[in-house]
Design a binder for this molecule. Structure first.
Ligand SMILES: Nc1ncnc2c1ncn2[C@@H]1O[C@H](COP(=O)(O)OP(=O)(O)OP(=O)(O)O)[C@@H](O)[C@H]1O
Ligand SMILES: [Mg+2]
Length: 341
């Protein structure tokens, strides 16, 4: 029997990635210049996996996340190459009505500051009920019961009270728990979390992320966790992609990347981890600055900051597989040399 693409796009399949980005390039045209924000990004997230994306500010993490749900202002950007699929659906070609089905149902997103995602003038209960009723067509009473259950699931002790609160009446950690409850309310297959805990203090950050992971594991939800914090990646992610100037420069199982980083940029990020830094030493140890995305140098974009730079680095290094399965990769001429020797 043949199924239409519309139908097959929503059949969960253990072997099909929930998110597949292939060689994606995105530009922001500006006055007399063009910001090349993504330059051939490829990544995927399998069902139930927790995948980290890490990189310094401006490396293209949020553009990748926002474009996955087509949340960038439509006329502000230009896709100059590549593709992006969610559950088999071509997101770059999808019409607005299909995007609305994907957002909040197949995929939910949580942002750094829940205050911007929650409406400050409406009680938490009204906002949760709206979302639950919209996506699941439940009665008001059933939706309220579901909201209470979801909040309790997030270890919120007094869910009835929280439903009556306005967002500003809750602590930052509590607001983020509400956001996670909302994100899970429609049983998404993928949750995209862009710096979800950066605004919280370290203890609350850890509690919220542990909760996020526990709930994702229980429900089989995949997570794409965007962060600039290597320590978070090492604690929470199964696999990691390291991004620099809009491209993946290293990828692999988190443990392997942490123990044996191959790209000098990844080594730099790792040397900023607290346990590797002497007391009083600055955390950010990569010297130099990220190049201007409107005037990227040809070749390896990290070479001006790299202590191992060689003449061949004036050519762009391929993302070279290190293992047989091609899960572990690094885009550095040193890796190419190691692999061929
Ligand atoms: N709407 C836009 N218009 C023009 N340029 C943009 C737009 N959105 C992002 N950019 C540019 O794209 C590049 C990548 O930005 P992005 O927000 O993805 O970085 P990031 O890795 O998320 O950084 P951070 O860690 O600071 O959040 C930046 O140079 C940014 O200025
Ligand atoms: Mg960002």
């Amino acid at each position: 029997m043949q199924t239409s693409p519309e139908v097959s796009a929503h059949v969960p399949n253990a072997n099909t990635p929930v998110l597949t980005i292939d060689n994606l390039s995105v530009e922001f045209p500006a006055y007399r210049s063009t910001v090349k924000a993504l330059n051939g990004v490829s990544l995927h997230v399998n069902p139930g996996e927790i995948v980290g994306v890490i990189g310094e500010s401006g490396s293209g993490k949020s553009v990748t996340a926002m474009l996955s749900l087509r949340l960038l202002p439509e006329r502000s950007y230009h896709v100059s190459g590549g593709s992006l699929h969610i559950l088999g659906r071509d997101m770059l070609a999808a019409k607005e009505k299909d995007l609305l089905k994907v957002r909040g149902r197949d995929v939910a997103m949580i942002f750094q500051e829940p205050m911007t995602a929650l409406n400050p003038t409406r009680r938490i209960g009204r906002q949760m009920l709206d979302v639950i009723i919209h996506h699941q067509h439940l009665s008001k009473a059933d939706a309220r019961a579901k909201a209470i259950g979801l909040l309790r699931d997030m270890h919120i002790a007094d869910p009835e009270q929280v439903l009556e609160n306005y967002p500003f009446e809750l602590s930052g950690g509590m607001r983020q728990r509400v956001m996670i409850a909302l994100a899970f309310s429609c049983d998404p297959q993928l949750l995209i979390a862009d710096e979800p805990t950066t605004a919280l203090d370290v203890t609350v950050q850890r509690q919220v992320l542990l909760l996020l992971r526990e709930k994702a594991r229980e429900r089989g939800t995949a997570i794409l966790l965007i962060t600039h914090d290597m320590a978070l990646v090492s604690q929470f992610c199964d696999r990691v992609y390291v991004m620099y100037t809009g491209a993946v420069v290293e990828q692999g199982a988190t443990g392997e990347v942490m123990v044996d980083p191959r790209h000098p940029y990844t080594r730099g990020l790792l040397s900023g981890l607290p346990e590797q830094v002497q007391p009083g030493e600055d955390l950010m140890t990569i010297p130099g600055q990220v190049p201007n995305l409107a005037a990227l140098p040809a070749g390896c974009t990290f070479r001006d900051r790299c202590q191992y730079a060689m003449p061949v680095c004036s050519k762009r290094p391929p993302l070279q597989a290190i293992d047989a399965e091609g899960l572990r990769k690094s885009a550095c001429w040193l890796t190419v040399q190691e692999q061929s020797s």
